[in-house]
Design a protein around this ligand. Structure first.
Ligand code: FE2
Ligand code: FE2
Length: 289
């Protein structure tokens, strides 16, 4: 693996400050909150999402260890992480408004106690830095799809606004990592089948511990952690909100990051497979419940 830093491009300056004029918690119209429109299932998902988002600084620390000699990228990654933390704070504040018994800090402390990223890693867990950036693209397009779906599903106006803001941020984050991915591909190279393997394995991780434990830390009532049960509880609520156009756009952008055609046969096959998987899983989980 070539460890050199990719050559600087003319738009480096823009990339170092791509997050200017970012919205703040003060821009959210908290006064329009309407308790009668809070959906209890969405509330559970929002609480869990707040945990994962607020943990963004750990991701920046991990990325700092994977890209130690790329100061420009590390700077961008730190600003990116601060936006992720803000996502967590916005969702957490809304959750406390919707459920005054919810203690965001306490729940986040529980999450941190039970779930930690590989902060001692000195190389990407994806095998290469280009692979790491493919995985980051997958996560960002996945979260953008998720918050777009939650915004569409939410009736409560404040939650709708927060989710729209976050979905737009996640799309911008995708573009950010995609730009750096292309730079690293110039120096490291990574065949598109290997990029596809990274993308698919990262997509499959959506049912790993992170979300399940976040769901547990945010919604548990003192019972012991059971990954299977928490994954089911999370997935049964989350998968129902995805609509076909959102899934298709998510698959297209994922394939773009792997070097495959975003609208070819593979895109159509994967979109159908993803829609089928989510509908099947949700049906089975409801039957099981
Ligand atoms: Fe986020
Ligand atoms: Fe993001």
């Amino acid at each position: 693996m070539v460890r050199g830093t990719p050559a600087r491009h003319a738009n480096d300056q823009r990339l170092r400050h791509p997050l200017k004029k970012h919205w703040t918690l003060d821009d959210i119209p908290w006064g329009t909150f309407d308790r009668s429109k809070v959906d209890p299932d969405l509330l559970k998902l929002v609480k869990a999402a707040a945990m994962v988002e607020k943990n963004g600084l750990d991701y920046a620390a991990y990325l700092g260890r994977v890209f130690p000699d790329d100061a420009a990228f590390r700077q961008v990654a730190e600003r990116w992480a601060s936006e992720e933390v803000q996502h967590g704070n916005a969702l957490g504040r809304w959750a406390m408004l919707a459920d005054p018994t919810f203690d965001f800090d306490l729940a986040f402390g529980r999450f941190r106690e039970g779930y930690r990223l590989p902060l001692d890693a000195t190389q990407s867990v994806r095998g290469s830095r280009a692979g790491e950036l493919v995985a980051r693209c997958v996560v960002e397009v996945g979260t953008s799809s998720y918050y777009t779906s939650l915004a569409d599903a939410a009736d409560e106006p404040v939650l709708k606004e927060i989710c729209r803001n976050i979905a737009a941020d996640e799309m911008r984050h995708y573009s950010l990592f995609y730009t750096y991915l292309n730079r690293y591909l110039e120096t490291e190279g990574l065949p598109r089948w290997q990029r596809l393997r990274v993308a698919l394995s990262r997509m499959a991780e959506s049912e790993d511990d992170e979300l399940a434990y976040a769901y547990y830390a945010a919604n548990g009532e003192g019972e012991p952690y059971n990954r299977k049960r928490c994954t089911r509880a999370y997935a049964a609520r989350a998968y129902r909100y995805y609509r076909a156009p959102v899934i298709e756009r998510g698959i297209a952008m994922t394939l773009k990051a792997t070097g495959f055609k975003p609208n070819g046969w593979l895109a159509r096959t994967l979109s159908k497979a993803a829609a089928y998987f989510m509908a099947y899983r949700q049906k089975r989980l409801i039957e099981a419940a």
